[in-house]
Design a protein around this ligand. Structure first.
Ligand code: HEM
Ligand code: HEM
Ligand code: FE2
Length: 469
């Protein structure tokens, strides 16, 4: 951390930790419901828990992206945030909107439509909030000393994510039209513009952690952005197979979405190649593990498991079953949750001056959460495939099948417990760092001024860093 105003990022990250833990609590309510233990049904029925679980995920990821921008943009633009005051207002209003929405769900105040449940008046507040955020970031870049590719890709990812929020606010009487535009938000976010945010944050982390030249790392960004748009935009068609639209989507969606894994493969190869090239010299090894882990797990969860059900011939059977949940968990985890955790792991020592990345706790946090998530994905896969065969091939009644799957939900709970243990360790480690401090900032700034020779720890030098042999 080199600027005073970057401290605001810590508060966004702290909000991520709190909301993430709450999300997991709702994950367990869902898991126990699926096991048939529905003690909370009268107060928190399955649909409410499900909407809360998924919306908390989206809110904490958005808070994470904002925190990431407030951390990264000042370093890239080489100046303080344009208006720290606006950032604070935006922070508290984002949390207020999130909390009101989540409480509202428990009183049936929502719009339905998975992922876009938030009621309309709150939508407008989100728009104002995000506009304030984007304006602040734009002004910081504009007034900054330099304009890097990483900062621009991050900004355009955030801007287009904001623009793509709007189609979810159009109202239609016709369900086919409604569904058509809902996917502009949901699909074009996770398989389009969020990938730009991911590419930019990965690029920032790789520059910092591997010491490879900025030019080399940023060149890859263009290729990834290209692949993402080439496949992801028309790939939206993989959600239009059975929604009542024209049948040409079967062909378009099938072909283009089948190409989508290439963008994730590109990111995985990119992260591994840069780490190998630069060596693992940076002392914060665990931040590099999260960075590479993110690129690899997103390829498995989004690329491979997305491909597993993206062809219309397969999706015909798996559509809307727990096979989707199998893919949804690992894709979100790998691509976006791990991305935020990677940045937090990198930023905390820089912000606080403490080196708590050493020792067993961060290592265990990484391995338990990842092994737990692999096992959770396995449990969902078993349930999903069984569901497809029993319900759709053998023609058993929907609810009979759900009852038959309850035993597998126990495995889900066990895997979820291992996962959650990892996350609890991560949060404990986060707390152990304490608050960001001015001393850390001053130390980092003087390190940067000294045109440091250590290529890893700060990239005030990245323009001048000697290319790796
Ligand atoms: C990080 C990127 C990704 C994330 C976070 C993600 C997440 C999700 C989620 C949460 C759903 C359920 C959405 C809903 O029903 O509202 C979904 C559906 C789907 N995803 Fe992904 N996904 C990603 C990438 C991909 C990729 C690259 C592919 C294809 C190669 C893919 C193929 C699919 C398909 C076919 C469905 C529809 C499943 C159904 O018919 O029920 N996804 N994804
Ligand atoms: C990082 C961690 C997690 C992420 C990113 C996540 C994400 C999601 C998403 C995107 C969905 C919607 C899936 C779909 O529409 O197909 C979902 C539903 C669900 N999640 Fe999670 N979740 C996480 C952790 C957990 C944990 C720890 C548990 C259980 C212990 C859990 C249990 C469930 C259940 C049972 C559902 C409902 C699936 C259904 O029946 O429709 N989740 N989660
Ligand atoms: Fe999609």
């Amino acid at each position: 951390m080199r600027f005073q105003s970057q401290k605001i990022a810590w508060y966004f990250f702290a909000a991520c930790m709190g909301l993430f833990v709450l999300q997991l609590i709702y994950g367990f309510i869902l898991g126990f419901d699926r096991m048939g233990w529905e003690g909370l049904h009268e107060i928190i029925p399955f649909n409410v828990a499900r909407a809360t679980h998924t919306n908390l995920l989206v809110v904490w990821l958005l808070a994470g992206f904002m925190g990431a921008a407030y951390y990264i943009i000042p370093e890239e633009a080489d100046r303080e945030i344009w208006s720290p005051k606006l950032a604070w207002i935006q922070y508290f209003s984002l949390l207020a909107v999130g909390v009101v929405a989540i409480i509202g769900y428990h009183f049936n105040i929502w719009e339905g439509r998975k992922f876009l449940e938030i009621p309309r008046p709150l939508d407008y507040l989100v728009v104002v909030n995000v506009l304030a955020f984007l304006f602040n970031i734009l002004m910081t870049i504009w007034k900054g000393k330099r304009m890097t590719t990483t900062a621009m890709v991050l900004f355009f990812g955030l801007l287009t994510a904001a623009l793509l929020y709007l189609p979810g606010m159009w109202t239609f009487d016709n369900l086919v039209h409604d569904s058509y535009f809902r996917w502009w938000v949901v699909h074009l976010w996770v398989e389009g513009v969020w990938e730009l945010i991911m590419g930019a944050i990965l690029s920032f982390l790789l520059i910092k952690l591997t010491g490879v030249d900025r030019e080399v790392i940023e060149k890859w960004l263009y290729i990834i952005v290209g692949f993402t748009f080439l496949s992801g935009i028309l790939g939206t068609g993989h959600h239009y197979y059975f929604t009542g639209g024209p049948s040409y989507w079967l062909m378009i969606g099938g072909v283009f979405s089948a190409l989508e894994p290439l963008a994730f493969l590109g990111m995985a190869l990119y992260a591994i190649a840069m780490a190998r090239r630069g060596g693992r010299k940076h002392p914060n090894r665990i931040a590099l593990s999260w960075t590479i882990g993110c690129a690899v797990m997103s390829f498995v969860g989004a690329g491979a498991l997305g491909f597993a059900h993206t062809l219309p011939q397969v999706n015909l059977w798996t559509h809307g079953t727990l096979v989707t949940a199998m893919h949804g968990h690992m894709a979100f985890w790998g691509a976006y949750c791990m991305l935020i955790l990677a940045l937090i792991s990198y930023a905390l020592p820089e912000m606080t001056g403490r080196k708590n990345y050493k020792g067993w706790m961060p290592e265990w946090a990484f391995w338990c959460s990842n092994i737990g998530m692999i096992c959770m994905t396995g449990a969902f896969a078993v349930m999903g495939v069984a569901q497809v065969y029993l319900e759709r091939k053998a023609g058993m009644d929907f609810l009979d099948v759900q009852e038959g799957l309850e035993v597998h939900a126990f495995a889900l709970i066990l895997a979820g417990a291992l996962f959650t243990f990892g996350i609890v360790l991560f949060v404990k480690n986060f707390i152990s760092y304490g608050l960001p401090s001015d001393e850390a900032m001053i130390a980092n700034a003087s390190e940067a001024d000294a045109t440091a020779s250590d290529s890893g720890s700060t990239d005030a030098i990245d323009g001048a860093a000697a290319p790796q042999a």
